[in-house]
Ligand binder design. Structure first.
Ligand code: G3P
Ligand code: CA
Length: 235
């Protein structure tokens, strides 16, 4: 079972920073997960939230900032003074760090409805790096996944289920030629895992941060878990 470093080694370093990704790789993580938003001037920035309130104490929305504004913000100090000065990475930087060392699960936090052109930009960045062999794109925004599939026949797609219900997910994952069904711990049951596997889908589960749940996921036979502690051992 693959342990995917959720937002990097986010249990020990500020999430979605180069420090967190470097730490995950140094700990031997074979896969990294990250979140993507788009700046006002069309750069793909790696952070989880729509605004900077939680990680920088600022009420500014990513969509309303240019990359030069966003890239100058400290997003490490909130976690510990040791990480003061960590910046929001670009998607390209994390991919270049991970190349040849780990798979990357790229989660688009929204598609073109909110961030015009984000799918084309993400696909181009992945294409330019020949990254589809070691990276995949996921989203709760299934329209974004459809655009990714249309743009790139080579795309590897993870279908984040969210509150959608399973029959719809089975239909959409087939149309998308998705590689995986990405579900929450609560949605991971013997039945859902079996149904996904019967359809040829891998199952990735978020977010598993304790040994007991990790053991349960192993027993269920899931293919991977997103965890803030990629060195964690099952109970
Ligand atoms: O991709 C799985 C997981 O990361 C989705 O939830 O809120 O941590 O992005 P969130
Ligand atoms: Ca995520």
């Amino acid at each position: 079972m693959l342990l995917i470093a959720h937002r990097g080694y986010s249990g020990k370093a500020p999430e979605n920073t180069m420090a967190a990704f470097r730490m995950a790789l140094a700990a031997g993580a074979k896969a990294l997960e990250l979140d993507v938003h788009q700046t006002k001037d069309g750069r793909l920035a790696v952070l989880h939230d729509w605004n900077l309130k939680r990680v920088a104490g600022k009420r500014r929305r990513v969509a309303a900032m240019t990359w030069s504004e966003l890239g100058a913000v400290d997003v490490g100090g909130w976690f510990s003074s040791r990480f003061h000065g960590e910046r929001v990475p670009l998607l390209e930087e994390v991919l270049d760090l991970a190349r040849g060392r780990a798979q990357v699960h790229v989660e688009l936090k929204a598609g073109s409805g909110k961030y015009p052109g984000i799918e084309e930009r993400a696909a181009r960045i992945l294409d330019e790096r020949g990254a589809w062999n070691w990276a995949m794109v996921s989203s709760f925004d299934h329209a974004a996944l459809k655009r990714i599939r249309k743009i790139s026949p080579k795309a590897r797609i993870g279908y984040l289920l969210g509150p959608a219900f399973f029959p719809k997910a089975w239909r959409e994952t087939a149309v998308l030629r998705a590689e995986s069904l990405n579900i929450s711990v609560r949605q991971a049951t013997a039945r859902s895992v079996r149904s996904a596997h019967e359809r040829g889908l891998k199952v990735f589960v978020y977010t598993v941060n304790d040994a007991k749940t990790l053991s349960r996921m192993r027993r269920l036979g899931v293919d991977g878990v997103y965890t803030n502690f990629p060195e964690m051992k099952a109970a």
